[in-house]
Ligand binder design. Structure first.
Ligand SMILES: Nc1ncnc2c1ncn2[C@@H]1O[C@H](COP(=O)(O)OP(=O)(O)OP(=O)(O)O)[C@@H](O)[C@H]1O
Length: 281
């Protein structure tokens, strides 16, 4: 984990000239303006995510993690810079995208299966073409037999599994996850981390995962990005070089502890407002 300066992203070739870059965030600025003044939520944020890569974003509250995610998802207009998903410059929500939010936002009047198929309806796709996949995804996430239950009949962990199935039902190539397990108890969170990792290992979707959990980020990720605040910006980019697939026992290894220790120190600096001159690799 040597400290090295990364090459300036603006000096790299255009995203459509780099075949394995899936998401390219280039010099992104986001300013929220209101009658009470302006908030610079993101300043000069640049990040490339490769196809099939699992990248987590850590950072103190208010550093712009959710804003960045909404910009990638085409849900917030940029104040500057540009974002590419594949060869497409993001101007509206990309179809090839699944999003999971911290709160599952299931519709109470819809069954589990109908909640999963919401995405298909929203995208104007034919429900019958996706029903078998929806059932199979639910089975993969341990929800076979729950297809006709309503959200209020499910536990928090089960609801979040439904939300993940809903994000994946149209087989998108990339997933954005905003603290999807933040509201769950530690045991359920561990279980879902393991499931997500195994699923990712099989599918190799490109995933950007926001979390406050350092251990969760190290466990799941190929790289962990740390953001600082005022203004929101990237202060570190740490490659997690641990063998895959990872079992829970990896957390007891010295290498894992070294990563969490290093990231905790960077997070402490971020909380204290200390700026890192370079980017870690
Ligand atoms: N719609 C908005 N209008 C004005 N300011 C906003 C808006 N949304 C977010 N902000 C501000 O932008 C900054 C970044 O917010 P954001 O929600 O992206 O941070 P975050 O890192 O996701 O925080 P948390 O970890 O607490 O969820 C904060 O200062 C926040 O107050």
């Amino acid at each position: 984990m040597a400290d090295v300066l990364s090459p300036a992203l603006q000096d790299r070739p255009a995203p459509d000239k780099v075949p394995d870059v899936h998401i390219s965030i280039r010099n992104v600025e986001k300013v929220y303006r209101s009658q009470r003044g302006s908030v610079v939520a993101l300043e000069n944020v640049s990040l490339d995510v490769a196809k099939g890569e699992f990248v987590s974003i850590l950072g103190p509250s208010g550093c712009g993690k959710s804003t960045l995610l909404k910009c990638i998802a085409g849900l917030e207009p940029l104040s500057g810079g540009e974002i590419f998903v594949g060869r497409q410059r993001v101007a509206e929500p990309p179809k090839d995208l699944g999003v999971v939010f911290q709160r599952d936002i299931l519709f109470d009047w819809r069954t589990t299966l109908d909640n999963v198929l919401v995405t298909v309806e929203f995208l104007g796709l034919k429900r019958r073409d996706y029903e078998a996949r929806a059932r199979s995804l639910l089975a993969t996430y341990g929800l076979a037999g729950y297809e006709n239950r309503y959200p209020w009949e499910l536990s928090g962990g089960q609801r979040q599994r439904v939300a993940i199935c809903r994000a994946m039902v149209h087989d998108p190539q990339f997933l954005l996850m905003d603290e999807p397990f933040g509201a769950l108890d530690a045991l359920t969170r561990d279980e879902l981390n393991l499931e997500l990792q195994n699923r990712w290992f099989a599918d190799r979707k490109t995933i950007i995962f926001i979390t406050h959990g350092i251990s969760e980020a190290v466990f799941l990720s190929d790289r962990v990005i740390v953001m600082g605040r005022n203004p929101g910006r990237i202060i570190a980019d740490v490659k997690i070089d641990l063998p895959r697939p990872r079992g829970v026992a990896v957390r007891d290894t010295a290498a894992f502890t070294a990563y969490t220790g290093r990231l905790r120190a960077i997070m402490d600096d971020a909380n204290a407002g200390i700026t890192h001159a370079g980017v870690l690799s």
